[in-house]
Design a protein around this ligand. Sequence first.
Ligand SMILES: Cc1cc(NC(=O)CCC(=O)O)nc(C)c1Br
Ligand SMILES: [Fe+3]
Length: 242
Amino acid sequence: LLPPFLHRNRNNLEEFIDKICQYVIRDMDKYGVCVVDKFLGMEKGLAVLNEVLYMYSAGLFEDGQLVSNKGSTNDLKTIRGDQIIWLDGKEHQCQNIGMLISRVDAIIMRANKMHNNGKIGNYTINGRTKAMVACYPGHGSHYVKHVDNPNRDGRCITAIYYLNRDWDIKENGGLLRIFPEGWRDQVADIEPLFDRILFFWSDRRNPHEVQPAYKTRYAITLWYFDAEERNQACRRYQRESA
Ligand SMILES: Cc1cc(NC(=O)CCC(=O)O)nc(C)c1Br
Ligand SMILES: [Fe+3]
């Protein structure tokens, strides 16, 4: 008879997803931010990391936005921000990234169903963006303080999965600092640790920044849509572009 921990069969996965789901609902309701560690486990986490490293080494990432950085002499020194690639997870050599995406979908859709008559935080989630795989090259590249969805474009939850093994925040930097609205001068400092997933409301409640990273820093981001807000945003967009 196999020891219990080797039976990672369906019902263990179902139980795991339910447990994480309760935790996500509670923390999102209370804080608007939720961190889950050991999300996939070492083996699957490494499989996802290896797919990302393979694509990065194959030069498939596009150059991210240029962050114009005023040097000391006030010259416009542009340092490269994050480099990104968008994936739907069905691409060749991406089946583990695809598995990660379906795990996050399972939690969000389960939370959507489970929570006060099919809503999480009063949202009805009916879709998401593709996965944005981002790499900060690590020469001090950072991301300036911003809000993901400042103008009601439909995105309600940001989910970020981190892939950085042996990350030492003092040495390597790359801290994600969230300034949750209503927390007064408190901040949420999130280290981009391997196999960690972070959820937060995408709107103005959660301005955030990535502090300069001094080692290559990888993350996979998904943004989930609220049906109503997304429909209104699409209608607005059609009117504007008509
Ligand atoms: C391209 C793009 C990236 C990000 N990334 C982060 O905020 C970093 C989070 C982290 O890696 O810890 N956000 C927006 C609104 C856009 Br657009
Ligand atoms: Fe962001």
